[in-house]
Design a protein around this ligand. Structure first.
Ligand code: NAD
Length: 330
């Protein structure tokens, strides 16, 4: 992965979480000229164990803080000459957004506004916002519709509404102030370093431990599953070649229902369906997401990891690294 030559000091907000930490590891292992500062409040989804792995890189610095804290963000920007910012920081669990929506608005909307403003004042050359396919809402399961970047934003949950709001704020800073902004909207990621609360690690760990596997509703909800490394490569490419003011969908076309994903995990772990427990559906639960990524593919990106291969290596990661996830269990 290579950035513009001028992009030497990269601020990665939310880099102690799942995708951000994979992205940092990817950047530092591929580009000797880049130095990364990770800023994270160490909230839900974060892992200090992952940070200790990233600390092996001499070009990595961690600063603890909240993106919605204007004074702390100002101190951060005054301390480093950032060339670009990639924002992963967000409250990311849909279930928690239903019980505690205001926390999501604070981090995911106010936090992004604080970062955009700081980038403008400090002359940061590019702001990249990591967004989600959930901003488009859903389609019926039987639909063949693919969301394009021009699809209407119709978010269903407080989480996806906060992410859609952040996207609109980013685009307003591009149009009004000329800030160089890009956005990627990705499907469901899976891979190493994802917190136990999310579907795939939850199902791998619970099936390994012989615990129940709770599945919402009928389990037929369809998601566009992508290996985290493919997502990180897409973000790197958009940083390097994406046009300012543009949005890029990141989808793998691996459309699978939750039940299909769980069946594959059970077979990889060597367990049977008897662990599956159907639980009452999540309010407003989206039925199907599917993305058209033609625009990103025209920049030269294509997913490299087939779902079955990526899932097998993800299962191996969790089975081989119990001390990474043990303390996350309730
Ligand atoms: P995650 O929950 O694993 O990590 C989020 C990180 O952000 C955590 O380390 C958390 O401490 C930090 N954070 C949250 N609020 C903060 C704040 N106010 N200040 C500083 N740090 C804060 O989430 P993830 O799965 O790695 O997702 C990263 C980004 O990618 C999010 O913006 C999410 O909306 C987006 N996204 C995720 C997926 C997915 O499948 N996981 C798909 C598409 C887009």
């Amino acid at each position: 992965m290579c950035f513009h030559l001028c992009m030497r000091t990269l601020l990665v907000t939310g880099g102690a979480g799942f995708i951000g930490s994979n992205f940092i590891d990817d950047v530092l292992s591929n580009d000797d000229d880049v130095r990364v500062v990770c800023y994270d409040k160490l909230g839900a989804g974060s892992s200090v164990k992952t940070l200790s792995v990233l600390a092996k890189w001499g070009r990595f610095t961690f600063v603890k803080g909240d993106i919605a804290d204007e004074e702390a963000v100002e101190r951060l920007f005054a301390s480093f000459p950032f060339d670009a910012l990639v924002n992963f920081a967000a409250e990311s669990h849909v279930d928690r957004s239903i019980t505690d929506p205001l926390t999501f608005v604070r981090s995911n909307v106010m936090g992004v506004a604080v970062l955009l403003d700081a980038c403008l004042r400090h002359g940061v050359k590019r702001f990249h916002q990591v967004s989600t396919d959930e901003v488009y809402g859903d389609t019926p399961i039987e639909s063949c519709e693919l969301f394009t970047e021009a699809s209407v934003l119709r978010p269903s949950s407080p989480y996806s509404a906060s992410k859609a709001s952040a996207d609109l704020l980013c685009l307003s800073y591009w149009r009004t102030y000329g800030l160089d902004v890009t956005i990627t909207r990705c499907g469901n990621n899976y891979g190493r370093w994802q917190h136990y609360e999310k579907l795939i690690p939850h199902m791998i760990i619970n099936s390994h431990l012989g615990r129940p596997l709770p599945i919402y509703g009928d389990g037929h909800n369809v998601r566009d599953w992508i290996a985290v490394g493919d997502h990180c490569r897409a973000i790197g490419l958009v940083l390097e070649k994406g046009c300012s003011g543009e949005v890029y969908n990141v989808g793998s076309d691996d459309l699978l229902s939750n039940l299909e994903v769980v069946d594959r995990i059970l077979s990889l772990v060597g367990r049977g369906r008897e662990l599956v427990t159907f639980v009452p559906d999540r309010p407003g639960h989206d039925r199907r997401y599917a993305l058209d990524s033609t625009k990103l593919r025209s920049l030269g990106w294509a997913p490299q990891v087939p779902f079955d291969e990526g899932l097998a290596s993800t299962v191996s990661f969790y089975l081989d690294n119990e001390d990474w996830w043990r303390e996350q269990l309730p």
